[in-house]
Design a binder for this molecule. Structure first.
Ligand code: ZN
Length: 140
């Protein structure tokens, strides 16, 4: 009989795994406790690995955040660039307005051209009608 170091139960020596490095040639915990111990170690390892991975991710996020802050700070520190950018945006907006105005003007010109074309068509038709009329007169 041998007392398990973990569950403190007296158990038959068959209930212990062999370990040639120990004085009595057996593990100091019973087979059941040994399996539990291995599982615990695995779980702890997994937990530790998860934690380490989480810390790694957090560190990476932290670095990214610091980078972002740096960029934002740089942007505000460089007010010249900011003003230039704002000026550029303003110019672009003005250009856009001008473009819209141009488009409106072109639209009006096109409308006018279409109206003139219709007027001309109307005139051509009138002229043709007159010719036909005269032609008929000539026939008679
Ligand atoms: Zn035990």
């Amino acid at each position: 009989m041998k007392k398990c170091n973990r569950c403190k139960q007296e158990k038959d020596k068959k209930e212990f795994y062999k370990n040639k490095y120990r004085k009595d040639g057996l593990e100091y915990v019973c087979k059941i406790c040994f399996k539990k111990k291995v599982n615990d170690t695995n779980t702890n390892d997994t937990n530790t690995n998860n934690l380490l991975e989480e810390i790694k991710q957090l560190k990476l996020e932290n670095i990214k955040l610091k980078e972002d802050i740096k960029h934002i700070k740089w942007f505000f520190d460089n007010s010249d660039i900011r003003i230039n950018l704002l000026e550029e945006i303003k110019q672009l907006k003005l250009q856009n307005m001008k473009l819209e105005e141009d488009i409106e003007k072109i639209r009006k010109i096109l409308e006018d051209v279409v109206n003139k074309m219709n007027f001309l068509k109307e005139k051509v038709k009138e002229f043709q009608d007159k010719i036909n009329y005269k032609g008929e007169l000539n026939v008679k």
